[in-house]
Design a protein around this ligand. Sequence first.
Ligand code: WTA
Length: 673
Amino acid sequence: MSENIDVILKEGRKFNPPDEFVKNANVTRSEYEKLVRLGKDAPEEYWAQAAKELHWFKTWDKTLVWDPPKAQWFVGGKINASYNCLDRHLKTIPQKTALVWEGEPGEVSTWTYRELYEQVTRLTASLRRLGLKPGDCVAIYMPMIPEAVVAMLACARGGFPHTVIFGGFSAESIKDRVQDAEASVIITADFGYRKGSQIKLREQVDKALKDCSTVKYVIQVQRTKSGQITSEGNRSFSKPACFNSNGNALDWHELISSISHEETQTQGYAEELDSEHPLYILYTSGTTGKPKGIIHTTGGYLVEALQTTKQVFDIKPYDLYWCTADIGWVTGHTYIVYGPLAAGASIFMYEGAPTTPTQDRFWAMIERHHISILYTAPTAIRAFMRLGTEPLRGRDLSSLRLLGTVGEPINPEAWMWYRENVGRNHCPIVDTYWQTETGSIVISPIPGAVATKPGSATFALPGYDVDVVDKKGEPVPPGGGGYLVIKKPWPAMARTIHKDPERYKKQYFSEYPGGVYFTGDGARKDEDGYLWCLGRVDDVLNVSGHRIGTMEVESALVSHPKVAEAAVVGRPDSLKGQALAAFVTLKAGVVQKGDTDSLNAMANELKAHVTKEIGALARPDDIRFTDALPKTRSGKIMRRLLRELATSGQVKGDVTTLEDLAVIAALQKDGEE
Ligand code: WTA
């Protein structure tokens, strides 16, 4: 019987980890307290201790140089992320499974650490052959196949910063990112599987390439060969022709099998990189029309990726760990690739949709592969809740010992459902709060040491100075709500926005003085000090755990020749967390007033247009046409009113600052129809 969530919340009930879990936990309660104390009293020492877990070609001279907003960690140190994820394990666990992969159609492949190492070194050698030098950027636009992990690690190995572009983005989005990053190579696949269909990635790349003058080569995996371990072939390597827009791409498997064993050994080496060498650029939505390229560097990022993986996921040698995120998001970077592989863990990777071909696909895979840790998004959990418990019936999920969530606030009902039905009441849940910019988890329970409350991410991890403050920067009292800030620098923090350091400063460090980082999120601190992360307070939306800037969608809408003006707001959605509602003013004479058929057709045309401009993830859920948008006297769109309207169909509150009261009246009337 499911317990009543209202009672649990009202009582402020805490869930303690089971004794068995506590007994074997990586971090026990007393160790946790020690770490928290050290993190508070001597954060640099705390992080320096964590850094010693990694391999450094040369130890750092100074742990931190902090000149807000510029942070440098482990200054003077030389390190390589790929070396730490691969070579470091070859002496101890070469035959351990690094990766188990299942394609959507059902093929399975398993790679040991040695096999992963060999593929990675081959690709690094290949990229060097193509003339890449440290600092040259590579774009990766791939399905969830093992080659995506190989590509990231091969780039890291050579010091080629990668920019992974989510496979759901359109050609336009690829173009923006490739141009901004000035990528010289794009690694892609002919297609990937999703919901039984072939998603033609290469086609999108080809469309984008017309406007990507920096790209010299395209390397393409043939999806039908995914997961196959390529060994040395007999082909000689002839330097391929430069890519031209007619589609002169290089075949992945041919390319890496043409590299001889000898060449792999001499040219597949891990570059000794400065700790602050850029590891990757990851584009994420902000409050302007263009996504921003968040830069993460090597040493500090990897220190935290490893530290938090071990602490939060309690990784053990025997675990098979599954993070369901796509490698196109930061979660895929830190908690599929860099953290778990640096920890020598076995990771599981799945290509496709959660309910393809049947509603029990997730549970069948957990049973089949004995997955022990599952890290997924609240949206997925809510989607499973809707399907009921039937797909779970009869499935043996006893291998699971820890559950996690990420990407958006989890509602307590979904938390309880996850605990009862997936975790069978014996798996702790780690609700992990963090961002692309933070690089790694900031707030989360450490599962063997912290009692949880459904819906709360609990406390900041050791080493972090997190607070909830009011507009003036004063900490709110227990029970109060405000803005979530991080008061001291941390190793995995973003270093800047690519080509736009001013925007970085303004966005994150101008709200509060003294180098205090503003997350853009609201939060509440309860009487027990537990943190409840409530979501964005800026014009960034979180749709199904994906970050989308309202301005990006607005820019896409107004790029349509028939649109005069557009405003996009979020409205609550019981499945996706937030849904996108667009208010659109069409150019004069485009559609006759009252012509419902044409307006419906126009709405569909605009939804398709946004899909083309950004990708299906940004497709508006609702489009409402209006004669004009409500604005203040200074011309600012009154988003609060639009949000209320999108949510309830009603508009409340003070409208006297409206330039044109009639606008709101007209909108309200439409909403009532
Ligand atoms: C939200 C994803 C509540 C938050 C790792 C943040 C969360 C944004 C949580 C970052 C959580 C992430 N509880 N909200 N556990 N995790 N968020 O950059 O609004 O894709 O600012 O990074 O997701 O999204 P991003």
